[in-house]
Design a protein. Sequence first.
Length: 65
Amino acid sequence: MRSYVIVTGTIFALLFAIHLWRMVAERHLAADPWYLVITVLAGALSIWAWRVTIGNRERGTGNGS
């Protein structure tokens, strides 16, 4: 399960970074509400996944798989 959360967090972080880069390159995307919602959601899910991973490691509840 831990590997899944790490991979998912990485994918959401990449999606967030690409969205930010596209907003800089294509200014009109910064005004699109759906694009902004997806960008913020991807960033939030990435942060959540990494916090879960780090929290499990600190508590020692990860099973190492």
